[in-house]
Ligand binder design. Structure first.
Ligand code: BES
Ligand code: MN
Ligand code: ZN
Length: 491
């Protein structure tokens, strides 16, 4: 388990600056004006801070950029970071700055001299998020003992800040939970281990229920079971409830939790197959959001439902051409066993609507390679039957700096899924692959349910560092969905 760095807030103590260890971050606005802490660091370093600010390169720095003075004489610190953050900076700029600070500090402790800077709590959040480091599968090294990622924010009003930062800490915990789940290899995060990790959320006051294969068979979730039946690991559905909103109808979050996707009998090529350990990213994101909501005691009713399966070939595996009856009752011709995510989701979505009559339903899935071709790793694909829900989400995602781009739905796309022998088939050919996948899901949305589908195949895990995460699992969506809950479902 990766815990966010210990974070504390303290009153600015000018006389302590010379002796601080690790990294010390000085905030400088566009005019290059230094606050009292900045002036003290400048004096200790005999004017080095002012020299950085006077350099032509400073004018080119963007809000949130950092330059580093290594091993400054006159201070115990290993480095002074000069952080460009204007007086009128937005919360987003402050988060960027915090992320840059944490990236530069690595595994060293850092003291951020925030003074009277606006959005200092967001500085801390950016630093917390970027400080993630997945080490669960590494044997401990001697230098691990020296790693000390403590973050201290020195500010004029530390008490007000630490109150504002409490919700941010809940957010960081949720994001880290998602990243840990998504980064975990499939032999470690088996279906059973995944369900166990989710059950542990009960400690936070969530109500967690695990449905086993017998329960799923009784409910008629045959398309979900068809995906998991080639694996030795049992399929499960986990239901997580947070009831903080009285008797309002809940928001339902539904996640694809394929712990490993070999493609099944329609097996994937070897190159890159190891990446399919992240194919439970939708479920991981739902879990992270639920954790954050519980930690910050959100005043909303939200139910998270995840379908947890492993897609393997085997003597009992589903064959291409098999026809399976979904919980809804529609028959599905499974043309390609690698289009398995939609088979998992359609049953869980139907169950979510039957049981919870949700006010809105959002599903998340690493659903298609086609969305990666369309949008790359910058934006998740957003599909929706409800403009108000969709617009609210898009603006939440923008505010949280999480890329999201609306894609179309349409009957002509749904027509690509017509089957000769069954009600529908599970693939619609190469054109618009992410849209036909969304249209498959659309078929399992009841009239009158506002619904949004997020295809996160390109954003759940990335092969290079991003602003708020090192390479690997990003935790995309936890922040935007938490904000959507605040904006639309709390009240
Ligand atoms: N899990 C994959 C989609 C995926 C691709 C996720 C790349 C993350 C990165 C999904 O189950 C899948 O295999 N989709 C197929 C669908 C096709 C058979 C219609 C695909 O995209 O190729
Ligand atoms: Mn697949
Ligand atoms: Zn998959």
């Amino acid at each position: 388990m990766t815990a966010p760095a210990p974070l504390s807030f303290a009153a600015t103590d000018l006389d302590a600056l010379a002796g601080l260890e690790g990294h010390v971050a000085v905030i400088v606005d566009r005019e290059g004006k230094l606050d009292p802490a900045g002036r003290r660091v400048n004096r200790l370093t005999r004017g080095a801070v002012e020299r950085v600010v006077a350099d032509a390169a400073f004018a080119k720095m963007k809000a949130g950029d950092v330059r580093e003075l290594a091993y400054p004489s006159g201070m115990a610190a290993d480095a002074v970071q000069i952080v460009r953050l204007d007086a009128k900076a937005t919360a987003g700029d402050a988060r960027k700055a915090g992320a840059s600070i944490a990236r530069a500090a690595g595994s060293k402790p850092v003291t951020i001299l925030a003074g009277k800077a606006r959005h200092a709590a967001d500085l801390a959040l950016g630093a917390l998020l970027r400080g993630y480091d997945y080490r669960d599968q590494k044997t401990a090294q001697a230098d691990d003992a020296k790693a000390d990622r403590r973050i201290t924010v020195m500010a004029a009003d530390p008490d007000a800040l630490s109150a504002a930062a409490a919700d941010h800490a809940a957010l960081a915990e949720g994001v880290f939970f998602t990243r840990d789940l998504v980064n975990a290899p499939a032999n470690v995060l088996t279906t059973t281990a995944f369900a166990r990790r989710l059950s542990e959320l009960e400690e936070l006051g969530l109500d967690v229920e695990v449905l086993e294969e017998d329960d799923l068979a009784e409910l008629g979730m045959r398309t979900l079971l068809a995906v998991g039946q080639g694996s030795a690991s049992p399929s499960k559905v986990v239901v997580m409830r947070w009831d903080g909103g009285g008797d309002a109808a809940p928001l339902a979050l539904v996640g694809k939790g394929v712990v490993f996707d070999t493609g099944g009998i329609s097996i994937k090529p070897a190159a890159g197959m190891e990446e399919m350990t992240m194919d439970m990213g939708g479920a991981g994101t739902v879990a992270g959001v639920m954790k954050t909501l519980a930690l910050r005691k959100a005043a909303a009713n939200v139910v998270g439902l995840v379908g947890i399966v492993e897609n393997m070939p085997g003597p009992n595996a589903t064959r291409p051409g098999d026809v399976v009856v979904s919980m809804k009752g529609d028959t599905v011709e499974i043309i390609n066993t690698d289009a398995e995510g939609r088979l998992v989701l359609c049953d869980v979505m139907w169950y979510a609507q039957e049981r919870f009559k949700p006010a809105a339903m959002i599903d998340l899935a690493t659903l298609t390679g086609a969305i990666v071709i369309a949008l790359g790793h910058e934006n998740a694909g957003v599909f929706s039957n409800d403009d108000a829900l969709c617009d609210a989400f898009l603006s939440a995602a923008r505010a949280e700096d999480e890329g999201a781009w609306r894609m179309p739905l349409g009957e002509a796309y749904a027509d690509q899924l017509k089957s000769r022998i069954a009600d529908v088939k599970n693939v619609g050919g190469r054109p618009a692959g992410s849209v036909t996948a969304a249209e498959f899901l659309h078929r399992f949305v009841k009239d009158g349910t506002p619904w949004m589908h997020l295809d996160i195949a390109g954003v759940a895990s990335t092969s290079s560092d991003s602003r708020y995460a090192p390479k690997g699992a990003s935790g995309w969506g936890v922040r935007a969905l938490d904000r959507l809950v605040r904006d639309r479902f709390e009240g």
